[in-house]
Design a protein around this ligand. Structure first.
Ligand code: SF4
Ligand code: SF4
Length: 460
């Protein structure tokens, strides 16, 4: 996460003056979306792919291959272990070199199938079981979605089938398609909306059938007018899906925020969006669903924005899952002295500790920063001056100033009980504006971790 001050560009000023649906507070950031004009291109296969059995929130898959076995691109190599688990498919044709623990970007060690790429391997998918999706409904449709191995591609990586099967007591009337892409630098969702609008619509139709929604609203920030035009041209004639441009403002793409912007409904604290009849899905997730399900294929690659001042050839790359980060960065080239590699956007993305981690289903971006962007790290942290800037920008309406003071004193119980710490979704707006350079969001992360641990040990 970085908190350097991007200067607001004049291009954003015109949009600020036009009224679009939005939410209170938040930030107008410089966009740095220079890769928006670059078409999606394929990344070649790395000599070896590290394919983790856990690339989603839930239980890991169980490897279904053995070392020495030849696998073809698209073939299942791990089977789901229960409902909150996903199968894993081979992203490349090759030979399984090992099944061993491997480091993930979040610091966990998980079992991975390491595939040595065959020299003759090409991009054709050699394993598929095409389906007549028009006949799929109910549990059979949910099962078919699980078989694709699809996880949310906006970053959270929640199993798509589990999200689309809402609780039995919930009635979903609206599917919200998240095409906001509000983080600076990221443009992969933008390119998908522009280049694959038919797949987006196919995925929306399937998702609506799965969750029972009667209408879908695609929310797109108004800094992507070409994507809005492309999607609008592909809308179905029955009027069940519409595109809504929303104000370009961070964090417009946070699920609960977008629900409020598009429907005016507020998700009650601690509840899921199904409580207000809404389900939110990322636009790339749905485009991928629209491609994979009719073809009967598994998820083996995804589009990633590779950008930042430290990248020589930035762009949007279609990357095989399991590609080592080091190979990806070698391919795009470095410039300006790489200082930090961030996964996702600069506001919420974590920095990676090792370049030996693989690209996974939830990797939406790779941002390479140089010492210049990280100069803020050397600024001294001073005492809070009670300026109230953090309060003015918090999209949750929290009091980050007070939370920060309590965090410094270790009063975590009070932070939760009286100042609603659990409502903080770590957007980073408060840290970004703080003139005293107080690392508020980092303090909140630590406080949540300690408080959850204490609660768990009390409950045990
Ligand atoms: S308190 Fe949490 S939700 Fe509010 S601005 Fe800070 S990080 Fe964002
Ligand atoms: S922005 Fe920083 S200095 Fe200002 S009130 Fe908040 S924590 Fe204090």
């Amino acid at each position: 996460m970085i908190a350097s001050r991007f200067t607001a560009p004049s291009a954003a000023l015109g949009r600020l003056l036009r009224r679009r649906p939005s939410f209170p507070r938040g930030l107008h950031l410089a966009e740095h979306k220079d890769t928006a004009g670059l078409p999606i291109q394929r990344l070649p296969f790395a000599p070896e792919l590290i394919v983790p059995m856990l690339q989603h929130i839930g239980k890991p898959a169980i490897p279904s291959v053995r070392p020495g076995q030849t696998v073809v691109r698209g073939e299942p190599i791990g089977r789901a272990d229960g409902f909150y688990s996903l199968p894993v498919h081979a992203p490349v044709t090759g030979v399984v070199r090992a099944i061993e623990p491997h480091l993930l970007a979040d610091g966990r060690m998980v079992t991975a199938v390491v595939i040595h790429t065959l020299e003759a391997a090409d991009q054709r998918v050699l394993w598929r079981t095409p389906r007549d999706v028009e006949r799929l409904a109910g549990p059979a449709l949910i099962q078919a979605i699980q078989d694709t191995g699809l996880a949310g591609m906006g970053g959270a990586a929640f199993p798509a089938h589990a999200k689309l099967a809402p609780p039995e007591d919930a009635v979903i009337d609206t599917l919200i398609v998240n095409g906001a892409e509000c983080e600076p630098y990221l443009t992969c969702d933008h390119r998908v909306m522009l280049e694959w609008p038919a797949a987006v619509m196919a995925g929306i139709r399937l998702a609506m059938r799965a969750c029972g929604a009667r209408q879908a609203i695609i929310g797109v920030e108004d800094n992507k007018p070409d994507a809005i035009v492309a999607l609008t041209a592909a809308l179905p004639a029955d009027g069940s899906v519409r595109v809504q441009d929303v104000a370009t403002k961070y964090p417009q793409g946070a699920a609960d925020i977008l629900i409020y912007t598009l429907t005016g409904r507020e998700v009650p604290a601690g509840q899921r969006s199904s409580a207000v009849g809404v389900l939110v899905s990322n636009v790339m997730t749905l485009a991928t669903l629209g491609q994979l399900l009719p073809a009967g294929e598994g998820l083996i690659e995804r589009v990633i924005t590779v950008a930042g001042p430290g990248v020589a050839r930035p762009g949007n790359y279609r990357v095989p899952l399991g590609t080592p980060m080091r190979y990806l960065l070698d391919f795009v080239g470095a410039r300006g002295g790489v200082r930090e590699v961030v996964l996702g956007g600069p506001m919420m993305g974590p920095a990676v500790a090792s370049l030996d981690v693989p690209v996974t289903k939830g990797t939406s971006g790779v941002l390479v920063l140089t010492p210049r962007e990280l100069a803020f790290e050397t600024r001294p942290v001073r005492a809070c001056i009670r300026c109230g800037e953090c309060v003015c920008v918090c999209p949750r309406g929290l009091n980050p100033c007070m939370l920060g003071l309590l965090a410094a004193r270790g009063e975590y119980e009070t932070m939760v009980a009286d100042y609603h710490l659990e409502q903080c979704f770590e957007c980073g707006c408060c840290s970004y504006v703080c003139p005293a350079n107080i690392p508020l969001v980092q303090q909140f992360r630590v406080a949540k971790g300690v408080w959850r641990k204490r609660s768990a040990s009390r409950a045990a």
